[in-house]
Write a protein that binds this ligand. Sequence first.
Ligand SMILES: Cc1cc2nc3c(=O)[nH]c(=O)nc-3n(C[C@H](O)[C@H](O)[C@H](O)COP(=O)(O)OP(=O)(O)OC[C@H]3O[C@@H](n4cnc5c(N)ncnc54)[C@H](O)[C@@H]3O)c2cc1C
Length: 456
Amino acid sequence: MIPATRLQTLVEAPVRPEGARYVLYWMQQSQRGGFNPALEYAVEQANALGLPVLVAFGLAAFPEANARHYGFMLRGLAEVERALAERGIGFAIRKQPPHALVRELAAEAALVVCDRGYLRIQRAWRARLAEDLGRRLVQVEGDVVVPVEAASGKHEYAARTLRPKVQRLWDDSLHDLPETPVRHAWTAPPVDGAIDLGDVGAVLRDLKIDQEVGEVRRFEPGEAAARRRLARFVEDALGRYEAERGRPEAGVASHMSPYLHFGQISPVEIALAVRRSGQRTGVATYLEELIVRRELAMNHALFEPRYDEYGALPDWARRTLADHAGDERPHFYDRAQFEAGETHDPYWNAAMREMRDTGYMHNHMRMYWGKKILHWSRTPEEAFETTLALNNRWFLDGRDPNSFTNVGWLFGLHDRPWGPQPVFGTVRSMGQNTFRKFDAEAYVAQVAALSAAEAS
Ligand SMILES: Cc1cc2nc3c(=O)[nH]c(=O)nc-3n(C[C@H](O)[C@H](O)[C@H](O)COP(=O)(O)OP(=O)(O)OC[C@H]3O[C@@H](n4cnc5c(N)ncnc54)[C@H](O)[C@@H]3O)c2cc1C
């Protein structure tokens, strides 16, 4: 049974089993076959109605998505298709805006189930689908630990204001999700016009997207790869996470963010694995990042309509940055120079290279990387645009609520005023002290090795 706090009926209409051929699950955010509340809810409903389940995925232009993002996603979906087939569940992916595809397939569905996303486009797709759908539409939250509105009904000021609200609910939100056996297998022929994911490379080449940002080898896509990485992290690194997470070269990060972004793993599954690890240290710190910080980003995307704009930054931050807009900058770079990693700073350039060549960067380097773009751009507004554009272009986990919120954090979002500095004003700055705390040369060498592995 899926808890009621995860369910929201978007279209109130009676379930229509007469003449229906299936229960339709529109998969969008939760791109996985296991530990997926929306899928299990669809199976429960279908079993009760004596129907099979059909899962549909609409392949549409997602803002800023490129071959790196789509390659990771499509290879993950190919795995989903195989896993669903083994369970007797149908799957169809078509090149079509999801709301249009689902509306079409809903004509033969007893009810429609969807998962949940917080970005503007994800909410707009669901809202458009709900308009005159004529079928019951139930949204199931599966990609946060504590359902966002259950934790808070308003825009939270900072992690400290959200933390107690989330912590109060997280024991009740952390439960296993066993697979419900499918009673009525999908046996119908493939849906008309469905894409064959047997050759993802060919599908990818055919898409009109930015092909310049290519796939990376560092992250093997899909649910099974996510689980393997999680198991390795829990076994080898979680115990050192608390002490060493500020050291990019230490190798203690979980690398779960690309998988979380594409819904290839459930945050509940991660949190349970971490809690059950038996580690004495690291658990609380890791859950703070995975649940409080990540779900603060969802709160921001849901409750701040301008979450991707400079104007959404707190008043105090915009004021102080404006007051210091005329301060002399030690260096000036434009977006092309940043993107090419052509600054005077070898550590910054290494971070940019890691991002460009491998699609990932450690949290600590992300902070340094972004703070320096603010330091070395002509205006804070230009810095904001550059940071967000590079973040969303090159990171596999880009274009996420976490992207917009963390780029905002560089400019004072969810933070407080600090001692004044040139250019930054009272927005928190980051300087060369950063490199006293870890072995920056070892980091540069690691990036060189990772880049070489991508090129080989
Ligand atoms: C300038 C900047 C840009 C960022 N851009 C993105 C982005 O585009 N996409 C993205 O997912 N994250 C982003 N982050 C947040 C964070 O850096 C990454 O989530 C994290 O580094 C991912 O690596 P990991 O999974 O190995 O992290 P781990 O340290 O293993 O953490 C586990 C999980 O906790 C969550 N988490 C960790 N740190 C944060 C944080 N600061 N805020 C919110 N959640 C967090 C993530 O879901 C992460 O996967 C950004 C941070 C900064 C400072």
